[in-house]
Design a binder for this molecule. Structure first.
Ligand code: ZN
Length: 151
């Protein structure tokens, strides 16, 4: 990774893990799922409020985990709020490819750069499941499954 990107990566992870956004359990959430990453011990719940036409009106999470899992969950909740279920899944798909080192283009509007920075976790293969845990939980929640698998 280039030094600039590495610095930005550490800055973003540190900021979001120390001050997670949307770290709460909304009363009106109508979808939720639990995600557990046995490799690291990260455990978190993702809460979604899905509105008409699959619009994600609110996204939040609670849980415990390493800096990367918390930072990723924090950024994810910010990025997917206001998007549709389909848009969120397309982003997850692209993000997952990037962290696995595969080619993918992602378009998250203003959030694209931040998501690319987060995808820098591909430099640390042991941490990839930390970074994708919240996304798996989000996807499971939308599908009505209570437990998310990182496989
Ligand atoms: Zn972790």
């Amino acid at each position: 990774m280039f030094d600039d990107l590495r610095e930005l990566y550490q800055e973003v992870i540190l900021d979001h893990s120390k001050h997670p956004r949307n770290f709460r359990h909304p009363d009106d959430a109508n979808h939720e799922a639990h995600g557990y990453n046995p490799l690291c011990g990260d455990t978190l719940n993702v809460y979604l409020k899905m509105g008409h036409n699959g619009l994600i009106e609110d996204a939040a999470f609670e849980g415990k985990g390493c800096a990367i899992s918390l930072a990723s969950a924090s950024m994810m909740t910010e990025i997917i709020t206001g998007k549709t279920e389909t848009e969120a899944k397309v982003l997850f798909d692209g993000f997952q490819k990037l962290v696995k080192g595969e080619e993918a283009t992602i378009d998250a509007g203003d959030d694209t750069e931040r998501l690319m920075v987060l995808a820098g976790v591909k430099e640390f293969p042991m941490r990839v499941k930390c970074a994708t845990l919240a996304w798996h939980a989000m996807s499971s929640a939308m599908d009505g499954e209570e437990e998310a698998s990182t496989e």
